[in-house]
Write a protein that binds this ligand. Structure first.
Ligand code: SF4
Length: 369
């Protein structure tokens, strides 16, 4: 499951680890900051762009680190507001990163708010039956540098589309760790990556604008509650009873609601923030009024926000999205009880926006080539 690249990615280094490496070779302490400044603030794309570094140091950096461990191989733009980047890693593994634009009145789409959805693993072992990412199982974990690289690739692309006077700013407004993979199953790399994203010497991106989504690995949720980073948490609930959840999410066997719900409560009490419950609505699986009532009770009990997501069909899987009337009836039960709820209007259906589908199709094409 582990991938050891010939050269570690620079994007996986923290200020402390890079300083230590540089000091080992007798470089002054300030060099690490200079280098990270080139990477995150000035968006250097080659070592030679780092013009205030001595040439021998640039040569050593080139021999020692991979500057960018992910290459953009495909950029699919939907007719609505979602773009998907397909990135290739050093071992030819493919991952997806999605840019979701939130239209705002009086502002062109290019300048609208952007949420970036990043992946944390190649494939996924959790086996949720409705999900394209899990179809071929888990190939491997991403390392911290590969996770950070996805955001830099978005910055490169967004900077080119809408040049900003100050490139030191991240080119997006929110990050959701909800792409391919179960982030808490790759805990250390994810925390290291988000620390780099958050640090002032890194992307300088506020932790309160980062939401990590998990299928419900209870011990790791409790561990996350103790992290000083202060991320937001979302839970892929998708079933309001064990019976329904277990049918579609195998993780529920190890961590049923009796264990999961207290862990969510512990996290939200510790951080004083509302947790989001993600609920993909699938026809005749979890869209009954009884499920809506149970979900309402859970949300009220946890003071949680509910995000209802009508299912995105996945080729080869039998699940369907409920009609709009059924979606609205479900949402209405929560609204009537004053639960904070959003019913997501779909984005990106025409570019296989359901997590993992673009990668799956590209891998199938590669295999048959
Ligand atoms: S929904 Fe998330 S946790 Fe479940 S299989 Fe897909 S990527 Fe993994």
């Amino acid at each position: 499951m582990k991938y050891s690249p010939a050269k570690p990615p620079l994007t996986g280094e923290t200020l402390a680890t890079l300083t230590a490496r540089l000091q080992e070779r007798g470089e002054p302490g300030f060099r690490a900051r200079q280098i990270l400044d080139w990477v995150y603030k000035k968006r250097a794309r080659t070592w030679d762009d780092m013009t205030n570094l001595p040439k021998p140091l640039r040569g050593w950096l080139d021999d020692t680190f991979e500057l960018m461990p992910a290459t953009l191989v495909l950029n699919r733009q939907s007719e609505d507001v979602t773009d998907k980047l397909l990135l290739e890693l050093g071992d030819r593994a493919l991952i997806e990163t999605v840019i979701i634009r939130v239209p705002q009145e009086g502002v062109g789409l290019e300048h609208s708010r952007k949420t970036i959805c990043i992946s944390t693993q190649v494939g996924c072992a959790m086996g949720c039956v409705f999900c394209a990412s899990g179809l071929a199982g888990l190939k491997r974990d991403l390392n911290a540098g590969e996770i950070v690289a996805q955001l830099l690739q978005v910055c490169y692309r967004e900077d080119a589309r809408t040049p900003r006077a100050r490139t030191e700013l991240a080119s997006f407004d929110n990050i959701v760790v909800m792409g391919m993979g179960e982030p808490l199953a790759n805990y250390d790399a994810v925390i290291r990556a988000l620390t780099i994203v958050n640090a002032e010497w890194g992307l300088g991106f506020g932790a309160r604008r980062i939401t990590l989504s998990t299928s419900g690995l209870v011990p790791k949720i409790l561990k996350l509650a103790d992290e000083p980073l202060g991320l937001r948490l979302a839970i892929s609930l998708h079933g309001a009873t064990d019976e329904v959840r277990e049918q579609i999410m195998p993780v529920n066997k190890a961590f049923p609601l009796a264990k999961l719900l207290p862990a969510i409560r512990a996290f939200s009490e510790k951080h004083g923030r509302m947790v989001t419950l993600e609920f993909i609505l699938i026809e005749d699986v979890n869209d009954s009024l009884e499920q809506a009532e149970k979900l309402r009770d859970i949300a009220l009990d946890l003071h949680a926000h509910v995000n209802l997501i009508p299912y995105n069909t996945v080729e080869g899987l039998p699940w369907k999205r409920p009609s709009i009337t059924r979606q609205e009836r479900f949402a209405e039960i929560l609204r009537r009880a004053r639960v904070s709820v959003t019913l997501r209007r779909e984005k990106g259906h025409d570019i296989d926006a359901a997590c993992g589908q673009l990668r799956l199709k590209t891998e199938q094409t590669r295999a048959s080539a």
